[in-house]
Design a protein around this ligand. Structure first.
Ligand SMILES: [Zn+2]
Ligand SMILES: [Zn+2]
Length: 287
């Protein structure tokens, strides 16, 4: 019994600590697998993406650690790849050439500010408000629709293995109270996206990064029933930016999933995605 995590960062992007710190912590936590998924480079400067010149060192380092810790833990090589039409996607040459074990596809950028800066939906609250004003004239419905539309485009055209934090557009909704997350127009966007996810065989991560900070899960538990109904494969990821947060809130979230009727998660075992039994204490990988 143990845990896995396929979404985590490190000092190559905006995470704290070396890749090896994460691997060693994962071994200490008796995890069976860890996937390293730094933010892939984008063709403009940001505070969190890996600069392009560091990419080959990053890939080599993960390969070396994979070999070094063989027999102790399975280390997987990945990137959290943005989807920005005509700029970057899980099927960009740069990503294909990286020879990854899997991809996490995430939409962060959905527009540009007046000065040309790309606006990310998970920017700090003031920047979020500014972006909403400058990009969508304050129309949250238009912004949310664009967010889900881009996710569907990414899933249909460039199909990642895992979709990152699929309802992150709601991140500031608790504080700013911008829209009703139970409104039909919003649920239609979420459900349409989930149906495409099912059709394309993409795994939905339950992203626990913010759970202890403000109670957020991405996607939130209000969507668990739909995930279950559509029989969509899920996995629990912490989106760790520090080795200490590798299994952040996993027990709590696993319990919620079990309560919602989930009995299995999707896990990389020997390099293949497999269906593995889930319990509140962990997943059961037969070795
Ligand atoms: Zn992300
Ligand atoms: Zn991330």
């Amino acid at each position: 019994m143990g845990w896995t995590n396929y979404h985590g960062h490190c000092e190559y992007c905006d995470g704290q600590g070396k890749i090896e710190d994460y691997v060693q912590k994962a071994i200490e936590l008796k995890m069976s697998a860890i996937g390293i998924s730094s933010h892939a480079p984008v063709p403009f400067p940001t505070d969190w993406n890996m600069p392009k010149y560091k990419l080959s060192d990053y890939l080599n380092e993960v390969d070396q650690l994979k070999a070094k810790y063989k027999g102790q833990i399975e280390v997987y090589k990945s990137l959290e790849v943005d989807y920005i039409p005509d700029m970057i996607s899980p099927k960009s040459d740069l990503i294909i050439k990286s020879d990854l074990d899997y991809t996490v596809g995430s939409v962060h950028f959905i527009g540009q500010l007046k000065d040309g800066t790309h606006w990310a939906v998970d920017a700090p609250v003031d920047e979020f408000k500014q972006g909403l004003e400058e990009t969508f004239n304050g129309d949250i419905k238009a912004a949310a629709r664009k967010y889900y539309e881009l996710q569907r485009e990414m899933i249909a055209d460039t199909t990642p293995d895992i979709i990152g934090h699929m309802d992150k557009i709601k991140m500031h909704n608790k504080a700013l109270k911008l829209f009703d997350e139970q409104a039909q127009w919003y649920l239609d966007e979420v459900h349409q996206t989930l149906e495409l996810i099912k059709e394309k065989g993409v795994i939905v991560e339950i992203n626990t990064k913010a759970y202890f900070r403000d109670g957020h899960l991405f996607p939130g538990p209000e969507h668990f029933a739909k995930l279950k109904e559509l029989n969509i494969p899920i996995t629990i990821n912490s989106d760790a930016h520090h080795p200490d947060r590798l299994t952040n809130a996993f027990e709590e979230v696993a319990q919620m999933l079990v309560d919602a009727g989930f009995t299995h998660t999707s896990e990389l075992v020997d390099g293949r995605w497999q269906t593995v039994a889930l319990s509140p204490e962990g997943i059961l990988v037969k070795v």
